[in-house]
Write a protein that binds this ligand. Structure first.
Ligand SMILES: Nc1ncnc2c1ncn2[C@@H]1O[C@H](COP(=O)(O)OS(=O)(=O)O)[C@@H](OP(=O)(O)O)[C@H]1O
Length: 532
């Protein structure tokens, strides 16, 4: 065949196949477009949201699926809008409504699968030292409850997430908050986007209630939260906090003593070992102290990384200060002894009284101590945290009244079953779940129970149920020879009388605001406050 004939034959063949080629190009383009669209959705768009509507609620109630939730698929970066929340009425129980706000976080096109996490339904916002740990202990025993946690391989249960109080000045990162709550990414999902969510979670950070800003951030992120506030006689609460601070001081001093005792060996280890070897080099007495890991992670490794180790080691004064506070339980509220704690209490009472006298009739404004006078909190907050009136005013301003459940610690102690049932019902959990005998609420038994219910979780760290080990008042009586306490015995009694008088001035208004009848501590005052 001639070259020209070849060419004509080829053109004939191509023209016959042109429609097929066109179709092929079309199919490939469509496929590319679909893939591109999926990629874009995964990386930047909200795929579907399911707004709360009465109709949806009705459908869910009828469908008998109180534990399912309509899911929003949102990529991590786009998680700025409020999460999608749904309400569920449990049809076969006494009325209980569970509010679930969940997000399906798409990990991106390269990583497979997604994380499905729900915001906590229950926020136990305070007050500090009113029995919040006991409530958390009870919650752990409820089959519908899963605690927040941190950590990769060794998961640690968290009672207090401290997300809203420690993010001051920043836009709260909702994705970061969600990371604390269980990922149930593997749960099956039906075609309509629902999937079973058999549990609720809680954030029991008792410091939230004492900061207006924290509560506001909380409300902005979780407008549907079910909030619980525990109240306790503010005088007893103040002592409990001082006991805690003194306990922390005692353990800090013990740590400092340990480090001073082994200073030479430690300095040598820090100076010569590479970071991996340090653990094995330091004396075992130091290594076995619970503060060691914290010290290593938060202090030593950063010193090594930023090259300041030799400078720190050469300055004994600096080293002592660093060592004293390394791994401290709390950087705020450091007391030097019982006397300085009592002085702090008096100072705070004066500050608040002055604030009220200065014409700041709206006590709440006076009380915005985190914004107005951050230094106050570093001294303790023994009295401020017991100022319940402004805290309750803030809560009632930010949340609907039915979202807030106020309970007294005395109720929790005398009738834990009834108190916990109310908390469960408030959070939409089964209210009839048998409560745990408070006598069994010890750290060890909680740990055992946690492992039995949730074997995947590791230790519960950083909290204890009572301060029997250290009680300013009892110690004074029990140990008259201990100068650290006897020296302040008279002053302690005086401060107690002052606290009683100080707080009594707010009782009537608090009673009126709460509408829960007489405050339990008001009835108790003749016994607890000598001059009442
Ligand atoms: N079951 C029960 N009911 C009520 N109160 C209880 C219960 N168990 C412990 N406690 C007492 O609670 C005090 C500690 O409170 P918190 O757990 O809220 O402390 S913290 O804010 O988490 O540090 C702490 O008070 P003090 O002993 O006076 O310090 C505990 O004794």
């Amino acid at each position: 065949m001639q070259a020209r004939q070849w060419k004509t034959a080829l053109l004939d063949w191509a023209s016959n196949f042109q429609p097929i080629l066109r179709a092929l190009v079309l199919v490939v383009s469509c496929l590319t477009l679909v893939l591109l669209a999926r990629h874009a959705a995964a990386d930047g768009e909200v795929i579907r949201t399911c707004p709360v509507s009465p109709a949806l609620r009705e459908v869910q109630a009828k469908s008998n699926r109180d534990d399912s939730v309509c899911v929003a698929r949102e990529p991590r970066a786009a998680l700025t809008a409020s999460p999608v929340c749904n309400y569920f009425d449990a049809p076969n129980e006494a009325p209980r409504v569970r509010v679930l706000c969940c997000v399906d976080l798409i990990r991106g096109t390269r990583q497979r699968g997604s994380q499905f996490r729900c915001f906590p339904t229950l926020l136990l916002v305070g007050v500090q030292k009113a029995g919040t740990t006991a409530v958390f202990g009870h919650l752990l025993a409820h089959p519908e409850f899963r605690p927040p946690s941190v950590g990769g391989k060794s998961v640690k249960v968290l009672k207090e997430v401290h997300f809203f109080d420690l993010t001051a000045g920043h836009q709260p990162n909702k994705s970061a908050y969600l990371e604390y709550f269980p990922d149930i990414g593997g749960a099956p999902q039906s075609r309509d986007g629902r999937r079973p969510v058999p549990f609720v979670s809680a954030d029991c950070s008792p410091s939230y209630s004492s900061s207006y800003d924290a509560l506001k951030r909380l409300r902005d992120v979780l407008p549907h939260a079910r909030v619980v506030l525990l109240l306790r006689d503010p005088v007893q609460r103040a002592w409990s906090e001082l006991n805690m601070r003194l306990r922390q001081l005692e353990s800090q001093l013990e740590w400092r003593g340990l480090l001073s005792q082994h200073a030479a060996a430690l300095a040598m280890c820090l100076d010569t070992s590479d970071p991996v070897q340090i653990g094995a080099c330091v004396p075992s007495e130091v290594r076995s102290n619970p503060r060691w890991q914290n010290f290593l992670r938060k202090k030593v490794l950063p010193w090594i990384m930023n090259g300041s180790l030799s400078e720190i080691l050469s300055d004994q004064q600096e080293l002592q200060t660093e060592w004293l506070y390394a791994g401290s339980d709390s950087s705020s509220g450091v007391v030097l002894d019982l006397g300085s704690g009592l002085a702090s209490m008096r100072e705070e009472m004066q500050m608040i009284t002055g604030c009220i006298r200065a014409g700041d009739t709206l006590l709440r404004r006076c009380f915005l101590f985190q914004r107005r006078n951050p230094a106050q909190l570093t001294r303790g907050g023994y009295v401020l945290r017991g100022m319940y009136l402004p805290q309750v005013q803030n809560l009632f301003e930010l949340f609907a009244r039915e979202q807030v459940l106020v309970l007294f610690d005395s109720e929790l102690r005398s009738n834990p079953n009834e108190s916990m049932s109310r908390i469960y019902a408030h959070a939409g959990m089964h209210p009839g779940h048998a409560y745990v005998d408070p006598a069994a609420l010890s750290q060890q038994s909680l740990q055992r129970r946690l492992h039995a219910v949730l074997p995947e979780f590791g230790p519960i760290s950083g909290w204890q149920l009572d301060s029997e080990t250290y009680d300013v008042r009892n110690k004074t009586a029990r140990d008259p020879k201990d100068n650290r306490f006897t020296a302040f015995a008279r002053e302690r009694r005086e401060v107690e009388d002052e606290l009683c008088a100080f707080y009594s001035a707010f009782d009537a208004e608090l009673e009126q605001l709460l509408q829960l009848g007489p405050l339990p501590w008001r009835l108790d005052r003749p016994r607890t406050c000598s001059k009442s």
